[in-house]
Design a protein around this ligand. Structure first.
Ligand code: G3P
Length: 214
């Protein structure tokens, strides 16, 4: 499973890139709004740090506006992926961009039908929002399972990108279900490395060594 980091923070991306497990980045307007500076410049810097796919989302809500913005975003770097909302207008833009060879990540997906539609429109990635479904007492991971089954039934190549991840068990469940990608907030990525028995074990190894060898 590929690990993307879900952030607009250049510092978080640099730190994650050093961990040698990072395959890409997802941003969204809310994440970039938290950062100081020009969003285009921030995206450019991110694309220089991470050679893998970097999702950049449009703000327009009509197809023509989305296509215009996408045209500017793709100029930032070769690894930019255009992120579009899963609305009728977004799906139309997805079809156009995908047929031109531009990689599209369809975001704000909350149902199997939306996932089916974006695959038919040629999306490179589908982003079901797991945490936000859990927040409303729905089973986020059930959606991943259903989308996986639907895509397998028809051989759709759209990659399942698990988004709105809130804790390390979401990542485990995504991997158990065979998701292609999980986009992970920095805090959760760092939590994934932690195990108290690793810390205790290391401390014991080092103290035993010190006792024997000084
Ligand atoms: O990038 C989209 C998604 O991961 C947002 O997550 O935590 O705002 O629901 P969240």
């Amino acid at each position: 499973m590929k690990f993307f980091i879900d952030t607009g923070s250049v510092q978080e991306i640099r730190e994650a890139a050093e961990l040698a497990v990072l395959d890409g980045v997802t941003t969204n307007p809310s994440l970039l709004a938290k950062e100081k500076g020009n969003p285009f410049e921030i995206l450019k810097e991110i694309c220089n740090i991470v050679p893998g796919p970097v999702s950049a989302e449009v703000i327009a809500t009509d197809t023509a506006g989305m296509l215009k913005e996408a045209g500017n975003l793709v100029k930032i770097a070769d690894n930019i992926v255009i992120k579009l909302p899963t609305t009728k207008e977004g799906v139309k833009a997805c079809k156009v961009l995908s047929s031109e060879g531009v990689k599209v990540n369809m975001t704000l997906v909350f149902s199997p039908n939306q996932a089916l539609i974006v695959a038919k429109a040629g999306a490179a990635y589908v982003s079901p929002f797991i945490g936000r479904l859990d927040d409303i007492s729905s089973e986020g991971m059930q959606l991943i399972s259903q989308v996986g089954q639907i895509y397998a039934n028809y051989g759709y190549e759209t990659e399942i990108l698990v988004a709105s991840v809130r804790h390390p068990m979401h990542v485990v469940e995504a991997a158990l279900l065979g998701a292609d990608v999980c986009t992970i907030p920095a805090k959760v990525l760092h939590q994934m490395f932690q195990h108290p028995l690793t810390d205790i074990g290391l401390e014991k190894f080092l103290s035993d060594w010190k006792k024997a060898n000084g």
